[in-house]
Design a protein around this ligand. Sequence first.
Ligand SMILES: C[S@@+](CC[C@H](N)C(=O)[O-])C[C@H]1O[C@@H](n2cnc3c(N)ncnc32)[C@H](O)[C@@H]1O
Length: 239
Amino acid sequence: MMPRVLALAAAGLLCGAFACSSLAQEPGAADASAGGHGATSNRTFEDVQHWTAVFDDPNRDAWQKPAELVAALGLSAGATVADLGAGTGYLAPYLSRAVGPDGTVLLVDTEPTLIEHMRSRAEAEGLRNATPVLASANNPRIPRGSADLVLIVDTFHHINDRVTYARGLRETLRPGGRIAIIDWQKRELPVGPKGPHKLARAHIVTEMKQAGYEIVEEPDVLPYQYFLIFRPAPTPPVP
Ligand SMILES: C[S@@+](CC[C@H](N)C(=O)[O-])C[C@H]1O[C@@H](n2cnc3c(N)ncnc32)[C@H](O)[C@@H]1O
């Protein structure tokens, strides 16, 4: 029998983090998006070995710039950060270091196999402040009022009814809490998924505004993804 790694290579699936178009057409990855700028990707993520090869590909660091990305978040020691759609935990070591031993990293995902993988990974790598959280599609299961920052990397486009979802995220934030969204620029890129489910930056800003947020910062550190930081807009006074 062909070893799994060879089988993946033969199928053209081990060709670099996000860089292979066949990954975007992942078998079993029903992409229900019908096109249009509000489309949602319904790809599945249960195959840990496959997604580890993709998300943790060392070549990813060159453009994902995890250290610079996390530095730009401006996390304080002792903060609580929720990585929503944490995948295999690619950013977990960087986030863990940024918030330090008194901080908390919630590794939130809807995929039980990835949650189990991140639990093992956190233990193996000694990330004592990291806790995996099994979310449901419409509920991140982040404790109310706990998060100083909710970070959403390449995941917002997987969420259905994003405006309602983002509105609900407000309850998870501490006073002063922020939401950072990083996602693919809607143009031809040498890396990342192909297809119609990429969301334009302006579309995200509009949806977040509808959900009650205002943009406060836009760090310029990533070549292929926009990086938007929001905070809840002041609630208008009740007349
Ligand atoms: C493209 S991956 C990104 C993984 C990770 N953020 C990274 O950059 O390496 C999207 C992840 O979002 C998760 N996901 C999809 N829908 C979700 C939802 N509604 N809530 C939380 N996670 C979700 C998937 O299981 C998957 O792990």
